[in-house]
Design a protein around this ligand. Structure first.
Ligand code: ATP
Ligand code: MG
Length: 612
């Protein structure tokens, strides 16, 4: 069996949505449905036809009253039958176009949603380390789910709603105008007031929804963090604290939600009163006209039916304008993510060399994260191809920061790092990442099978034999075969829970399978016992051969084999040399060595004493 680590794309490639961004929310949203616009126009046209058939029904009522019922027609039953059939026909058409329009609009909204989610997922994965350092996972989740849904609703409900309503309004207004134009005009005098009120509420609802989404993001973050960190919460018995925090966030979310809802509940009756008054006014004037004989009874009946379809859209328009605020706010929130620049992997840049030898020269390298002081200062050292450099130093001394510069996760701010004689930033990032293998300090495993987890980074089809070889090298094979499903065992929720040391060894196997030219082991054996460590160390010795290796470890035993040992403190190299050289120096290294030897001696004595 072999594991495929490439996935064939299931649909069309991800469309780049960055060029579609626009300052104005409406034009941005319109650009977002590029490719589906025709369908969308179809949805609106279907609505127009629906509105037309609806209006025709009322004109037919007028005709029935004026020309059939009140006049002496030759063949009344036949005329009535024709009108009845006409009525049914119109209703059927109206229903059909209502269905068609809903179907088309839903199709557009869903397709647009799929495209947007695909893009966001892809985009978020490709944002640089620096972005993810400051972004909150919960907030990103919120934007990629709730905000996308709100934009979908904008298209499936609100935007077509506005189209339908405007069409209904104009078609019916035109129909009423043909009946009696003065009466028609009198029926719409309330519009400016309703529109002004809606715009006023639109602004306030935008702010309210924005605040609510922010609050919901916080809630998602709290939820996500306490789920991810559930073990920490339990270990420190902090459930009550977390619960209070969640309740607090939840209450805030509730308050914001209530504010938004209150705004709607205040707005709706207000427009209802305005439009109802307008309608009564129209009925009243119409009735006066009918009594005075200015219009016929049939016309009045048609008017009474039609005017509802003028007033109803005005009322709905107000609501929709206010609801649209949510779509606009979500658009703004999503465009903030889309706007962020991706990490340039440099696929179009040819690497300056074909094969790497793996020689590094650091010259006065200084590095600071965006926020704060330099965490690496004046780093100077040189390492030949295939050699091993070990980094030793207290926590926070900058070891991880140093190795993170190599695959260009971060860019150094001063000095120079040369790889095979060429400045590191001349190499495209994809090339470096292909040739540098990292076993991270806190490895992450996916909820997939052990086999898939090990094959994860290889970027090619690998055989079971290769996976096993890697697992053996990481001293993990025996553990894996002891699981009921062997290499097919799932990791995580539905499968086995691995210990810290097992996780580290999985990560090690994963990196070894990648077979990189340059190897970075960031505290890769910190979570395993001394015996396993020495097993791994032996396996590694063979594997490190011929590869340039950066080895971060806390145990002297692990670092003593290195060709160069750098002792770091507060971002500086304070001692350097081989083990033998450093032992003659009587500095920090020697102190650490003696301390660790002492601890081990005592441990051994103690174990002997209890008979282990
Ligand atoms: N993403 C980051 N953004 C800002 N500062 C950071 C970031 N990562 C680390 N630092 C800071 O940089 C300094 C060096 O951290 P680094 O992780 O390199 O230490 P380390 O030597 O690997 O420590 P440890 O042995 O605990 O892993 C620390 O002061 C830390 O607070
Ligand atoms: Mg570290």
């Amino acid at each position: 069996m072999s594991v495929q680590t490439h996935v064939q794309s299931v649909s069309s490639p991800v469309v780049d949505l960055k060029p579609t961004l626009a300052k104005n929310g409406f034009s941005g949203l319109w650009r977002l449905v590029r490719g589906y616009r025709l369908m969308y126009v179809g949805a609106i046209l279907a609505l127009a036809l629906m509105a037309l058939f609806n209006t025709a029904k009322f004109l037919l009522v007028g005709h029935l009253t004026d020309n059939v019922l009140t006049q002496s027609v030759d063949d009344l039953p036949l005329s009535l039958l024709a009108i009845a059939l006409g009525f049914i026909g119109l209703a059927l058409f109206q229903g059909f176009f209502a269905f068609l329009s809903g179907r088309l609009a839903a199709q557009v909204a869903e397709s647009m949603g799929v495209r947007l989610r695909d893009f966001l997922f892809d985009h978020i994965q490709r944002l640089p380390y620096t972005y993810h350092d400051s972004a909150k996972t919960g907030d990103l989740i919120q934007r990629a789910t709730s905000d996308v849904e709100s934009i979908q609703r904008f298209f499936s409900e609100q935007a077509t709603g506005v189209g339908r309503i405007l069409l209904l309004f104009f078609v019916n207004l035109l129909a009423v105008m043909t009946l009696h134009w003065q009466l028609g005009l009198l029926s719409v005098i309330v519009i400016p007031v309703v529109v002004a009120t809606s715009i006023f509420f639109f602004r306030r609802a935008s702010t309210a929804f924005d605040l609510m989404q922010d609050e919901e993001s916080k809630l998602t973050t709290t939820l996500q963090e306490s789920l991810t960190g559930v073990r920490v919460v339990k270990a420190f018995a902090r459930q009550d604290f977390e619960e209070t925090k969640f309740e607090h966030d939840n209450l805030n979310r509730f308050k914001r939600g209530r504010r938004l809802l209150l705004m709607h509940t205040f707005f709706w009756p207000l427009t209802d009163i305005m439009t109802a008054t307008q309608m009564l006014f129209g009925f009243f004037v119409g009735a006066l006209l009918a009594i005075s004989g200015e219009i016929s009874i049939g016309t009045y009946m048609a008017y009474a039916g039609l005017v509802i379809y003028i007033i109803f859209p005005i009322r709905e328009l107000g609501r929709l304008i206010v609801q649209m605020a949510t779509g606009m706010v979500s658009y703004k929130r999503i465009s903030e993510v889309i706007k962020a620049d991706r990490e340039d992997l440099g696929f179009d840049v040819p690497p300056p060399v074909k094969t790497l030898r793996g020689e590094f020269t650091f010259k006065e390298v200084t590095f600071a994260y965006r926020t704060g002081d330099a965490v690496l200062r004046d780093i100077d050292f040189e390492i030949k191809p295939g050699q091993t450099v070990a980094l030793l130093g207290s926590t926070g001394s900058g070891k991880t920061s140093l190795v993170n510069l190599l695959p260009r996760f971060y860019e150094y701010t001063q000095g120079s790092i040369k790889l095979d004689g060429i400045e590191l930033n001349q190499y495209p990032r994809w090339f470096l990442r292909q040739h540098i293998g990292i076993v991270e300090q806190q490895p992450f495993l996916f909820s997939r099978s052990i086999r898939d987890n090990i094959a994860f980074g290889s970027g090619r089809t690998v055989t079971d034999a290769e996976i096993e070889a890697a697992a053996k090298a990481a001293a993990l094979h025996d553990t894996i075969v002891s699981f009921p499903n062997g290499y097919g065992t799932l990791v995580g929720e539905k499968g086995v829970t691995l210990s810290g040391g097992q996780k580290q060894r999985m990560a090690l196997a994963r990196t070894l399978l990648k077979n990189p030219r340059i190897l970075i082991l960031d505290d890769a054996t910190s979570a395993v016992d001394t015996e396993t460590e020495s097993q791994i160390r032996e396996a590694l010795l063979g594997l490190m051969e011929g590869r340039t290796t950066f080895l971060i470890a806390h145990r002297i035993q692990s670092v003593m084999i290195a060709d160069l040992i750098l002792v770091m403190d507060k971002g500086r190299i304070i001692e350097r040399g081989t083990h033998d050289h450093l032992m003659t120096q009587g500095g920090v290294y020697r102190q650490i060595y003696e301390m660790q030897a002492q601890i081990e001696l005592e441990l051994e004595r103690e174990l002997n004493r209890v008979g282990l």
